[in-house]
Design a protein around this ligand. Sequence first.
Ligand code: MG
Ligand code: MG
Length: 280
Amino acid sequence: MHGVELKSARELERMRRAGLIVWVAHRVVCHAIRPGCTTAQLNQLVERVLEAFGAEPLFLGVPGPAGPFPAVSCISVNEQLVHGIPGPRTLQDGDIVSVDIGCRFDGWCGDSAWTYPVGQIDARCQKLLEVTRRTLELALEELPRQQFWRPIARRMAQYVESQGFSVVREFSGHGIGRRMHEPPQVPNYVDRSLRLHDIRIVPGLVVAIEPMVNAGSRAVRMLPDGWTIVTADGQPCAHFEHTVARTDTGIWILTGAPQTPDEDAFVRPVLEKFVTESAD
Ligand code: MG
Ligand code: MG
């Protein structure tokens, strides 16, 4: 648990604001997704939502081998797993599109990803989305019941494999707080680091849990753009992520939907503005 910074209740309240902003951005994007829209258009919506709240995007400008990441969100289509660069690509009926959004607000970060269907998707993609989402839910259910991460990671991987899919091993979840990526690393399978130094799940621990699941083999590769990660076999993949805190009494999904009148009041003006707008 070296370097893991636990958060106070007051700090969690502040992280919740960042999480709610990310939640709003997802609702707005989800509402706008349809065959014919471009990934750049979705990215622009995310940009405007973050601007409306005065939140700082976390992905824009992240350094990479081919230069800084050029957008506020990562948008990855079909065989693209993560770190896709939004652009002129037009979404087609039957695509699946992963949108990863992170922001900092009042000094604290939120990070959440979701894979959305575009129009009518086939049964295999439908199952892939359900299984990946369920893998995240399983982890969230287990978090308050377990003292260590290892049994949760094992359960996530076993579930994915029992469904005939595979868990990507090149990427994992992470601690999050004032920075988007903090210790510990939170893998979606039992790796060497978990065998040697498991993550102790205690109140104040905040992690981004983010299963990445491939329909085919687990191998991935990077495109020549230096960012986009795709499945090696070209089969589709999915990614679901929430920022979540272990609290004294259970868990708090910081990037989850508003739960109180105060949270509702915080999100409503921006949500209504954008959802009404994109409804045409
Ligand atoms: Mg993310
Ligand atoms: Mg993340």
